[in-house]
Design a protein around this ligand. Structure first.
Ligand code: ADP
Ligand code: NA
Length: 332
């Protein structure tokens, strides 16, 4: 069997959102403990699959590190580092480029979304992205990966790479990693469009709550969030055809550590005129301390760099022997 080990990552490709917090960061912090080793990575090599200004990328990598720590990821309990500092990720990704099939890559919905009609003129890295993600995970022989819904297909590809490698080389070298997609906020939606996920790359700032938004901005975005005019029902079943309403209830539930049905039991019969200010209140109460702590960490970039450097040393201690063994199996 494989040692229980949790791995996950976030791209430093823009300001982080409430979706990243509820779908990822909050859960990363909660998973720290004695059950499994936790390895968390700021995946700067992934961010580069679309153009990044070098100085902005460096700053956003630090800002992501600050967001991890402000959300409760402890760099002593967990290993916190950035991908480009541990060369095993890039090396393993090349090995997996020889295992994974081109057709697997073209089937990825994230690739189709990001490439759009321009699929011949995007970076080769954007297409190969899932092979690097498989490398991130399997270089630690990670047994579980907490992610949001949007990453489910990439994680299936990671499992396919592990299974094909094990089969082709006749070994049991890589675990078939389990996705941990749990809770009310596995897919936080845009505040402007209930059919799109909340994303740092959405051109509309009103569509998302940023971890750096102040209380007024949060309250205003929630007040203007698209909803309908109907009163709230007593349970989630009643919101089947109301995606915007469902999204706000899910966000409230995730912030307050309640189930969506518990939230609705309290707000049954009320409209959004009553619900939105209550949601703004829990959102501000949760995010204000995180925003403040992020600012404090960002006041000392040298300390962030020191923490990431330490994390990279610890990550490399796990990754290097697994990479060496992988090369050996492959005849390298
Ligand atoms: P983004 O999609 O915002 O660029 P990343 O690709 O870096 O973010 O994803 C980082 C983590 O945050 C992943 O686990 C992803 O599933 C999660 N995540 C991103 N957006 C959302 C969302 N709207 N709801 C829930 N989880 C999300
Ligand atoms: Na994503």
């Amino acid at each position: 069997g494989f040692t229980p080990r949790i791995f996950s990552g976030i791209q430093p490709s823009g300001g982080l959102t409430l979706g990243n917090y509820l779908g990822a960061l909050k859960r990363f912090a909660a998973l720290q403990g004695d059950q499994a080793e936790t390895v968390y990575c700021i995946v700067d090599l992934h961010a580069m699959t679309v153009w990044q200004d070098p100085e902005a990328l460096r700053n956003r990598t630090r800002e992501a590190a600050a967001a991890f720590m402000a959300s409760g990821v402890d760099p002593v309990k967990s290993i916190l580092f950035n991908q480009s500092q541990v060369s095993a990720h890039a090396e393993m990704a090349w090995l997996f480029n020889t295992v994974a099939r081109v057709g697997w890559m073209y089937r990825m919905t994230q690739f189709k979304d990001k490439a759009g009609k321009n699929s011949e003129n995007v970076s080769l890295g954007l297409l190969a992205y899932p092979a690097l993600m498989a490398a991130d995970i399997l270089t630690y022989q990670a047994t579980a990966v907490p992610v949001g819904e949007d990453q489910k297909q990439h994680l299936e590809l990671t499992r396919d790479v592990a299974a094909k490698f094990n089969h082709d080389y006749g070994v049991n070298h890589f675990p078939i990693t389990e996705p941990l997609i749990e809770g009310a906020a596995t897919r936080v939606m845009s505040l402007r469009d209930g059919s799109k996920k909340m994303s740092k790359s959405d051109p509309s700032d009103a569509s998302r709550i940023n971890l750096t938004d102040n209380a007024d901005a949060i309250a205003q975005k929630i007040r203007k969030a698209r909803t309908d005019a109907d009163p709230l029902p007593g349970n989630m079943e009643g919101l089947k055809d109301r995606p915007e309403a469902r999204n706000l209830i899910n966000i409230y539930a995730a912030l307050a550590d309640e189930t969506p049905d518990q939230v609705l039991a309290r707000f049954e019969g009320q409209g959004f005129g009553a619900f939105k200010p209550a949601l703004a209140e829990v959102a501000v109460a949760t995010l204000a301390p995180i925003t403040r702590k992020m600012g404090e960490f960002m006041d000392d970039p040298a300390e962030i760099d020191r923490i990431l450097g330490q994390g990279a040393i610890r990550a490399d201690e796990i990754a290097s022997p697994i990479l060496e063994r992988t090369k050996d199996i492959m005849g390298l």
